[in-house]
Every structure is written in structure tokens, then in C-alpha cells.
Design a protein. Structure first.
Lengths: 432, 175
């Protein structure tokens, strides 16, 4: 993120200056009309103050060195950083304005410490649900102590993204995926396991199976040694996000989509760490795709694509998604569809994607906890509505199960059921 | 969310220059042609309103804190008798008002020193104007001259307001 570039017009009169100019002019008129010099004497300092303020500050856009970072774990988000200014500009005259990113809540007042050459800040936020959201760029201005004039400040700031997703996703990359490219093994993995290319010899554990014991090495060393292999990982995974609007309303849809993006981000991070190829499809009215690839560049590509995900204004037909997917991805890629399944047509989407050759696992963020949190009816009515909503959702999930395995994601900070499901290839690899 | 330090609302509104502003306003009220009690009440009311608005949590309200103080000082100045000391007093009140603006408690401490230029330049201006006024008899003619000069000053200020880039210094393209 780069602050405003240096250009003419960086200097601005603040509203208080206009107030003083106006008041001074009015006092002049009063003094002249009453033939009394006293209002003129009051007008003089009031008119001179803004001009003096303009002469006080830096004569160009001051440049600041900025650094910031995000810390914390789970729901806790702590952003801290510093803005440094070089002399003669005084950092105590910097006005630093931040906005809380959408999806996060402020848990404690911001701590801002201003010294002569540095402003330090620390914010404490909380993520009520898993979320991936960029921290908005702070607004930095230099303003004179009286708040009469201001100048923009130039700064370079690295992008900062708050990434919070269920902890189980860290290990989801260990799941063996289906291969869809001709030469398995061309992408080497950092993981070792029980099959693949020979990697090294190590001390055997007491429960080591006899097939993995290296008997010759054991005889030479006098203790049991086991072979270790480098796992081949050329599996592919496609993350398909359903960004179509539903009857739940824009607010709930947006929250559900934010959850889906956070989960997709966590899954993608984990698989990319394991050198698997990861692709992304976002289906709103049309399909937006990031083709399969591995590596650090793909990580950035996916992250940027996920930060751009917005709820579509019009839902696209399910067939279109199935057809469009084949243009970007080969058949047979393990596909994780992230959809709230709030509409009947969501189930059709699963069917169409599966019939185009993609084995689908559905991860469905449930809207029920969100709907339960917004109570507008009496307790009895709420309970009744809740029961009906649960029954409807169970019915919809059951129908979707006929096409593909579904994980009902109700506990937003846990995705253990998804990890368990993906670890069972028989369930996951249902024929297409 | 911005970089304003915390603190109670009363502390946010008060500043070390506030008692000075109260003092000069009281003296100005005493010196004015208005009845003492209404003048005092008017002056204090304006300052209390200004301090209250300064302590307001909303930034827009904080920006308007100067309005009640200017209005009250303007009314009292209009009712000040034509006399050298009274004119000097009004000028001093104006300078103290600017210093009160500079000494914003919502900004880091030491603003009155960092922003010294903002109240010393008006102070020098008032001193020069008052000295000129004191040396000349206070009749209608000098008032007209002073009014004309100040009108010219307004024209200059209006030009400056329309051309803020005059205060920017372009970076040299070569070393």
C-alpha cells in the first residue's frame, strides 16, 4: 500500500480555518459599521492565525516510515505498528485514523502513543467468526496543533491481512488427493511417509511395521532402523465458492460467504504448504476461476482472488457453473464446494458439477446460528421457527447427500468433520 | 477510530489556557458597556459551551467548539468602549482565543509550545496594530483607514484560500 504521492494541492485548509476567516470578515464588517475599532482588534488575530498555521508546518508532503503487523491467535486479533517521521516534522502533529475492518469487532480502545518522532499504535479486535479480511490502510495527515491546516503524508505500507480460520485446517493438507496430471511425483513434497521415493534411514519406532525395517542397516548398527520415504504429492484440489444470493437476505448471505472464503483460504494454505496444486472457482452470476497451480505465487494469486470475492447481485444457473468449470479444470479434480445450500438450486449445482466429472465434497456453512442470534419473536415462536428451520435444513442436506457427501458447518470455529471426511477416500471419492 | 488519546470528557475539554481565556473574557465583560451580570453570564456561557463541545465524542461537534466562543467574544468586543486600553484588551483576548485553539487537549501535550508560531504572529500583529492606533487619535478617519487595510487583507486571504498550493514547495528534480 502506498500513501498519496507528492503533488501540488497536498495542502488543505481545514473547516476550522474557513470558520476563522468567516468570523474575522464578519467582525470587520461589524467594526466598520459600528465605527468601533475593538472588533477589528479581535478580527486581526483570528484572521492571522490560519496564515501562521500554514507557515508553521512542513513545506511539502512529509514522508513517513511505517511498519505494522498482525498478531494473536483464534478469535483474538492484535494489530500493532509504528509511524516514524524525520525532523523537523513533529510526529505529535500526525493524525492517524484507522477503521475497524468489516467482520471484526473492537474489544478494547485503541492505544496510541505519540512521541516527537514516532507514533506507536496497537489495536485489539476480535473475529467472532472465521474471516479473511484486509486491514484498511490508515489515513495519515499532518495537522497543525490548532487543527487549521493539514497535509497528506507519504508512506509505504505492506499489505496486512487478518486470516482467521479453524485450526483443524492446518493439517488438512496431509490428506491424499486424487492425481490428475500425467506424471505423478514431479512435484516433490516436504513430507515423509510410508511410500514414494526413498528419503533416509532413521531409528525405528517400537510399532514400526516389519516391511519398513531396513534389516541390513539394523544389522550394521546393532539397533532397528527403518526406511523413510518422500511422499509424492501431485494431488489437485479445486475450491468452488458459491457466491450466489439466496432468500436469506444480503446481510446473512454476506456473512456466510465470508465464512466460506475463510474456510477456502485455510484449506488452500494447507494444501499449498504440502505442494499440492490448488485451484479456485467463484460462482456468482458467472464463474471466475484461478487455474490449478502450486507454490508461493499461487498462494498470493488465490489470496487476492479471495479478497475480491463479493456476493453476486444475480444468481447464475447451475448448469453454467458445471460447463464453465470444464474450461478451466480437468475432470477428476477433488472439488470442495463451499455453499450455504440455502436455496433449492444449490443442490442442483452439486449435481451439475458432479455430472461434469468433478468428485464433490460439500462444505456448507449453516445459517442457523446466525438466524438464532437475531431474535425478533417471542421465545415460543422463536423455538418453533428454529425447529422448522432445522428440519428444512436437514431435509435439504439429506437431498444433497444423494449427490455428494456434505459437511454441515454449524460450529464455525471447528472443521474437524471436514478433515475426517477427506481422510476417508471411500467416502470422498464417490464416483462421478 | 483515530489517534486521539483517551481520558474523561471533562479532561478532554479543558486545557491549561482555558483559565486564561476565562480570565480575559471576564475582564472584557467587565470593561464592556453591557450590564456586568449579563455580560459575565454571556462570556462564561460561551466558554462553557466551547469547552463542552471540545469534549464531545463526535468529531463534527469538536470542530464547532470555536463557534460559541467567537460569537460571545464578538458581542463583547462590539460593546467595548473606544479607548486604547480597551482595544488592547480586545486584541489580547483574540490572541488568547487563538492560543486556546492551539492548546487542544485532544492532541498530544505540548501543543502550545509546538504551535507557538500560530499565536505569536497574531500577537505581534495585534501589538503593531494597537501601537499604531495608540499613536493616532481614535477618530473616525483612522477607523476607516484600518477598515480599508483589513479589507485588503481579506482580499489577500481570499487569494491564499483559493491557491493553497502556494504553501507547497516543489521537490527539486535534480540534485
Amino acid at each position: 500500500v502506498t500513501g498519496p504521492p507528492a503533488r501540488a494541492g497536498m495542502f488543505h485548509w481545514r473547516p476550522r480555518s474557513y470558520l476563522l476567516f468567516g468570523s474575522g470578515a464578519l467582525l470587520l464588517v461589524v467594526g466598520v459599521s459600528l465605527a468601533n475599532p475593538a472588533p477589528l482588534f479581535l478580527a486581526l488575530p483570528i484572521l492571522l492565525a490560519p496564515v501562521a498555521a500554514a507557515l508553521l508546518g512542513p513545506r511539502g508532503a512529509p514522508s513517513a516510515r511505517t511498519e505494522w503487523q498482525v498478531d494473536g491467535a483464534g478469535p483474538e486479533v492484535r494489530v500493532s505498528g509504528a509511524v516514524s517521521l524525520s525532523a523537523p516534522t513533529d510526529a505529535r502533529d500526525l493524525v492517524v485514523q484507522f477503521a475497524v475492518p468489516p467482520g471484526l469487532k473492537e474489544t478494547a480502545p485503541a492505544r496510541v502513543g505519540q512521541g516527537p518522532d514516532q507514533v506507536r499504535f496497537e489495536f485489539h479486535w476480535e473475529a467472532p467468526e472465521p474471516v479473511v479480511v484486509p486491514v484498511p490502510t490508515p489515513h495519515l495527515t499532518w495537522s497543525d496543533p490548532a487543527g487549521l491546516v493539514e497535509r497528506a503524508v507519504q508512506f509505504d505500507l505492506p499489505d496486512l491481512v487478518v486470516e482467521r480460520y479453524p485450526a483443524e485446517l492446518i493439517h488438512i493438507g496431509a490428506v491424499r488427493l486424487e492425481r490428475t496430471i500425467a506424471s505423478p511425483g514431479e512435484t516433490r513434497s516436504r513430507r515423509t511417509g510410508s511410500s514414494g521415493e526413498f528419503f533416509a534411514i532413521r531409528d525405528a519406532t517400537p510399532t514400526e511395521p516389519p516391511r519398513r525395517i531396513n534389516w541390513i542397516a539394523s544389522a550394521r548398527t546393532g539397533r532397528r532402523m527403518a526406511n523413510e520415504f518422500e511422499v509424492e504429492r501431485t494431488g489437485d484440489v479445486l475450491l468452488l465458492i458459491d457466491a450466489r444470493p439466496s432468500s436469506l437476505g444480503r446481510r446473512v448471505d454476506t456473512r456466510l460467504l465470508s465464512l466460506a472464503v475463510a474456510a477456502a483460504h485455510g484449506i488452500a494454505e494447507s494444501f499449498l504448504r504440502e505442494k499440492a496444486r490448488v485451484g479456485l472457482g467463484v460462482y456468482g452470476e458467472f464463474l471466475e476461476a484461478v487455474p490449478l497451480a502450486a507454490g508461493r505465487t499461487q498462494r498470493i494469486r488465490l489470496r487476492n482472488a479471495m479478497l475480491r470475492v463479493r456476493l453476486a447481485s444475480e444468481p447464475g444457473p447451475p448448469e453454467r457453473c458445471g460447463v464453465a468449470l470444464r474450461r478451466y479444470f480437468p475432470a477428476g479434480v477433488t472439488t470442495i464446494l463451499l455453499s450455504s445450500l440455502a436455496e433449492e438450486t444449490s443442490g442442483y449445482l452439486v449435481a451439475h458439477v458432479r455430472r461434469r466429472g468433478f468428485p464433490v465434497v460439500v462444505l456448507s456453512p449453516s445459517p442457523l446460528p446466525m438466524l438464532a442470534a437475531s431474535r425478533i419473536l417471542s421465545d415460543e415462536d422463536e423455538e418453533l421457527v428454529g425447529r422448522i428451520a432445522r428440519l428444512m435444513r436437514r431435509h435439504r442436506l439429506a437431498r444433497t447427500w444423494q449427490e455428494a457427501p456434505v459437511v454441515d458447518w454449524e460450529e464455525y470455529w471447528s472443521l474437524a468433520p471436514l478433515v475426517d471426511l477427506l481422510r476417508r477416500p471411500r467416502q470422498r471419492g464417490r464416483g462421478v | 477510530m483515530n489517534g486521539s488519546p483517551g481520558g474523561s470528557s471533562v479532561r478532554r475539554g479543558l486545557a491549561p489556557t482555558t483559565p486564561v481565556l476565562v480570565l480575559v473574557t471576564v475582564v472584557l465583560a467587565y470593561d464592556s458597556r453591557l450590564a456586568l451580570l449579563p455580560a459575565l453570564l454571556l462570556g462564561l456561557l460561551g466558554i462553557v459551551a466551547g469547552v463542552g463541545l471540545r469534549a464531545a465524542p463526535h468529531p463534527f461537534l469538536r470542530e464547532t467548539a470555536a463557534i460559541p466562543v467567537i460569537v460571545v467574544l464578538g458581542v463583547l468586543a462590539a460593546e467595548t468602549p473606544i479607548a486604547p486600553i480597551s482595544e488592547l484588551l480586545v486584541g489580547v483576548v483574540g490572541v488568547v482565543f487563538v492560543a486556546w485553539l492551539v492548546d487542544d487537549p485532544s492532541r498530544p501535550a505540548g501543543a502550545i509550545v509546538r504551535g507557538a508560531v500560530e499565536w505569536t504572529i497574531p500577537g505581534v500583529g495585534v501589538g503593531v496594530a494597537w501601537a499604531s492606533s495608540f499613536l493616532l487619535p481614535s477618530t473616525a478617519a483612522p477607523v476607516g483607514v484600518a477598515g480599508g487595510l483589513l479589507a485588503a487583507a481579506i482580499v489577500v486571504l481570499a487569494y491564499l484560500v483559493r491557491r493553497p498550493e502556494l504553501f507547497d514547495r516543489a521537490e527539486a528534480s535534480t540534485i
